[in-house]
Design a protein around this ligand. Structure first.
Ligand SMILES: Cc1cc2nc3c(=O)[nH]c(=O)nc-3n(C[C@H](O)[C@H](O)[C@H](O)COP(=O)(O)OP(=O)(O)OC[C@H]3O[C@@H](n4cnc5c(N)ncnc54)[C@H](O)[C@@H]3O)c2cc1C
Length: 510
């Protein structure tokens, strides 16, 4: 759609047909902000409502999605149900929005992707589905794609190809590229499906109704973490719930992921809380087993082509990094097409895009590798997660303040101080740790995030429940080289407190 808006003639090629069910569903504040910015910059108003739950419900009530108010994490020991921890050391709740209207969403991809394809066609994109591509020639000059559609030969000559076919996708195969390793990342697998009849966790005996969480715990990306893996549960508003497990090869072999549903049931039996939640659940899609989750392409771009970040690599669904990384890539590629098309700098622009995409993939892999290493040391896992939440909320705030230069890389990995400090902490997290070393690491993580912490993360009084409070951002204005008035204006612009003035409460008890 952006390429059309930039005056190019565009052909969109799809192997299958829409609507079709695919995985990769949970959005984040940063991904929705990027979506919103792209719709404004490239005049795509029809897509703008998709950036928030409330506007989505008004504009597209028939396009299924889920309400995502935050990130919920619960820690489990397989095979046991320990007593609830009053200090909440076994959980982490990070709100992403203060109310439903401006909340994030889980994209029910069958509906969502179909909508995008129809919008693209309205803008004049030629959409060809049921295409079986055979190969490509002249990739670094004037690429020519060859294949068949419904048994008929198809040849397409293009000036530029954007590969959006996902990990191990078309250009990776057509160029017979090697796969590169993600340094330090464990070999992991996934098993997942879509279900109906999944109860809300809050309605099971697992939930402790003694306190008010910052948002309803099920209206979130819910993560159940155990030694060597984790389970996601994402609820949509059409009665469907997406759920699955990502885990190391060792766990996958132990549970025999290749057996599909039987393996899923074996896992549920070891987590009583989930067993209760899924007691009446029924899989409505065949189980998918992915025997290898992570991927890193050997080459990401050339003079006549570029892979989207989603085709260039993948780490793990943990923390929902996929859409944000991809939309950052879309933003950068769009700028190159807009500003450097036909110029001498075009190729250098693409190489810089490729290098940044790869750096961000590696930074993400480093973080998630450290999270895998500490899944049985939940206080450290929770603290490491704050590296992500601090960087993401700082980036969102910087962009909303129109200061994107403060946060130009994902996870602030190119930030001169935060980037290297973060890498050192993540290396430490990979080592075996005593209790004292764990405590020291948590403390060092909290000191590292402090200069970019605009969300009150890590405050002991919050006992791992982090609401979205305007006061946190107002009190952190200086970290964003902004005044409290500028922050107030941003909060008003993004509908933070509809119809009310946002007050700073400096004196609030911590
Ligand atoms: C288990 C899992 C869970 C995930 N969860 C999340 C999440 O919660 N949040 C998040 O942000 N990201 C998540 N991701 C990542 C997310 O899936 C991707 O970032 C996202 O799907 C990218 O969308 P896409 O449309 O670019 O690619 P895809 O969804 O991979 O779609 C690729 C399209 O290309 C088509 N195609 C493939 N090959 C060809 C070919 N040769 N010719 C023509 N067409 C072709 C396919 O049919 C498909 O329609 C997850 C990934 C996995 C594996």
């Amino acid at each position: 759609m952006i390429a059309r808006r930039l005056g190019r003639s565009v052909v969109l090629i799809e192997r299958g047909t829409h609507p079709r069910v695919v995985i990769g569903e949970s959005s984040t504040p940063l991904s929705n902000l990027l979506l919103e910015e792209l719709t404004e910059r490239y005049d795509l108003p029809a897509l703008r409502p998709l950036a928030k739950w409330g506007s989505w419900q008004s504009a597209f009530p028939d396009v299924a999605c889920g309400l995502k108010r935050g990130f919920t994490f619960h820690h489990h020991r397989l095979g046991s149900q320990p007593a609830p921890d009053p200090a909440r050391q076994d959980q982490l709740l990070v709100a992403a929005s203060p109310r439903d209207e401006i909340a994030d969403t889980h994209w029910y991809r069958a509906d969502f992707d179909h909508l995008l394809v129809k919008e693209a066609q309205k803008l004049g994109v030629d959409y060809l589905d049921r295409v079986a591509l055979r190969g490509i020639t002249g990739i670094d000059g004037e690429p020519t794609l060859e294949g068949t559609r419904d048994g008929q030969e198809l040849t397409l000559r293009a000036k530029f190809i954007v590969d959006a076919t996902g990990p191990r996708g078309f250009l990776h195969r057509a160029q017979q590229q090697e796969e590169r390793a993600l340094p330090g990342f464990p070999a992991t697998q996934a098993l997942y499906s879509h279900f109906t009849g999944v109860a809300r966790l809050a309605d099971t005996p697992f939930h402790r109704a003694d306190d008010m969480p910052p948002y309803p715990i099920d209206d979130a990306a819910v993560h159940h973490v155990f030694d060597g893996g984790w389970i996601w549960v994402l609820r949509f508003n059409n009665g469907v719930t997406s759920a699955g497990v990502a885990a190391t090869d060792q766990i996958a072999a132990e549970l025999r992921f290749a057996n599909g549903e039987d393996a899923w049931q074996r896992l549920l039996q070891r987590i009583p809380a989930l067993q209760a939640q899924f007691v009446d659940a029924k899989a409505v899609q065949p189980f998918t087993h992915m025997p290898r989750l992570s991927f890193r392409a050997a080459a990401l771009a050339g003079p006549g082509w570029a892979m989207l970040p989603s085709a260039a690599g993948f780490v793990d669904p943990l923390l929902s990094t996929g859409f944000a990384l991809t939309l950052l890539g879309v933003e950068r590629l769009a700028a190159i097409l807009e500003q450097e098309w036909g110029a001498d700098t075009f190729e250098a622009g693409l190489q810089s895009y490729a290098a940044r995409t790869d750096r961000e993939l590696i930074a993400t892999a480093r973080l998630i590798a450290a999270l895998y290493a500490t899944m049985n040391n939940f206080p450290v896992f929770a603290a490491l997660s704050l590296l992500y939440f601090a960087a993401a909320s700082y980036s969102e705030a910087a962009r909303r303040l129109r200061k994107p230069h403060l946060a130009s890389s994902f996870l602030l990995c190119d930030h001169p101080v935060f980037g290297p400090a973060c890498a050192r902490l993540l290396d430490r997290a990979q080592q075996p740790m005593t209790a004292a070393e764990s405590a020291q690491l948590v403390s060092d993580i909290l000191s590292t995030i402090e200069p970019v912490n605009v969300a009150g993360l890590g405050r002991p009084s919050r006992r791992n429940w982090y609401p979205v409070e305007a006061s946190d951002l107002l009190e952190s204005a200086h970290k964003l080289s902004a005044t409290p008035d500028e922050v107030q204006a941003v909060l008003a612009r993004c509908g933070f407190a509809e119809g009310s003035t946002v007050q700073s409460d400096q004196g609030r008890a911590n």
